[in-house]
Design a binder for this molecule. Structure first.
Ligand code: SF4
Length: 145
């Protein structure tokens, strides 16, 4: 499970976009499975040292972008907890025989690469429009303050 083929940087799948008059970085929609050749680059590299408490100046904890797991579909005994191994940010964790999203706000905003790794299509994310709406709402709140 999970041969790693390409080393991606966060910048590789982001593109500037106007949201509520502000230019923010929205990751490109991932159409195919993203595989990481050298996961140690993620785990030990600059990406892990970034300030993860904000996203484009907004508090990360106010942006509800993170994976959801359909426990009806999820069978970790079949994939050997692949998403737990795949995510370099520790968003998923093992909980007995199941998987839980234990660090949702460690997830890269807009990144849904793990979704394409799940062999059982058990991982889902908000839509791009829902993400845009979240960002508009949080930005508007902070512009008022
Ligand atoms: S969500 Fe998918 S990849 Fe993660 S443990 Fe369940 S079946 Fe495996």
């Amino acid at each position: 499970m999970g041969t790693f083929e390409t080393c991606l940087k966060l910048e590789d799948f982001k593109t500037p976009e106007k949201v509520g008059g502000e230019e923010v970085l929205i990751p490109l929609k991932n159409e195919a499975k993203i595989k990481i050749k050298r996961p140690e680059k993620f785990n030990g590299g600059k990406l892990m040292q970034r300030d993860r408490s904000t996203y484009t100046g907004l508090p990360r904890a106010e942006i509800d972008w993170f994976p959801r797991i359909d426990q009806e579909k999820c069978r970790p005994e079949e994939c050997n907890f692949h998403c737990v191994e795949f995510c370099p940010f520790g968003v998923f964790s093992k909980a007995s025989a199941a998987v839980q999203v234990s660090k949702p706000y460690e997830c890269n905003v807009g990144d849904e690469s793990c979704r394409f790794q799940c062999p059982l299509d058990a991982i889902s994310f908000p839509t791009r429009e829902e993400l845009r709406e979240m960002l508009r709402t949080v930005r508007a709140k902070h512009q008022q303050n």
